[in-house]
Design a protein around this ligand. Structure first.
Ligand code: GNR
Ligand code: NI
Length: 181
């Protein structure tokens, strides 16, 4: 198991449409293990594979409160099959847009179809934080970020800030991982 570097705004990988998983093999298990290790380390409540640079339709999630037993969930090829008419507002954040939080409105409840690690099909009704999180993650699989759901003024401001930061940091890999080296 490996903690993998997170893909951060404005990296164009975040705009890719991830491909469906077709083979439920050991490589998929390894990907999911790395996703959980990276997500728990961050820490985050959800992760899409593209956030570690893998353009496959795989999502990990754990909504258990800190200090409670872990409740790891895996969604392979998740799809929203129905949405409530009612909307709810949650303050969202994203591991690919560190330290930025903003209110986002989304359908309050969704029904999600997905596959498990063996390829078996399931459906799940999600509400509350789970509904917010699974919609945020499915957006990632389609190259959509939560800042796409906020005002253009706020979005432009946060993108500009991350573009500047990326210029200061230089191209990824141009620098040793540890400043001391
Ligand atoms: O850790 C995360 N918290 C969060 C809070 C509110 C709404 C969505 C999320 S998902 C986020 C992790 C992440 O970036 N997943 O893609
Ligand atoms: Ni995110």
């Amino acid at each position: 198991m490996t903690i993998r570097p997170l893909v951060i705004l404005p990296d164009n990988q975040l705009r890719l449409r991830s491909k469906p998983v077709e083979t439920f093999d050991r490589a998929l298990e390894k990907l999911v293990e790395d996703m959980f290790e990276t997500m728990y380390d961050a820490p985050g409540i959800g992760l899409a594979a593209i956030q570690i640079g893998v353009p496959l339709r795989v999502v990990t999630m754990d909504l258990a409160p800190k200090d409670e037993p872990r409740e790891p969930r895996i969604f392979v090829n998740p799809e929203i099959v129905s949405r409530s008419e009612a909307f709810a507002c949650y303050e969202e954040g994203c591991l690919s847009i560190p330290d930025y939080y903003e209110d986002v409105e989304r359908p309050d409840r969704v029904r999600v179809a997905y596959q498990d690690m063996k390829g078996a099909r399931h459906e799940l009704d999600a509400d509350g934080l789970m509904a917010t999180c699974i919609q945020h993650e499915i957006d990632h699989l389609n190259g959509v970020l939560f800042i796409d759901h906020i005002s253009k003024l706020k979005r432009d401001r946060v993108v500009k800030k991350f573009v500047k930061q990326a210029r200061r940091d230089g191209p990824a890999g141009a620098k040793p991982q540890h400043e001391a080296l």
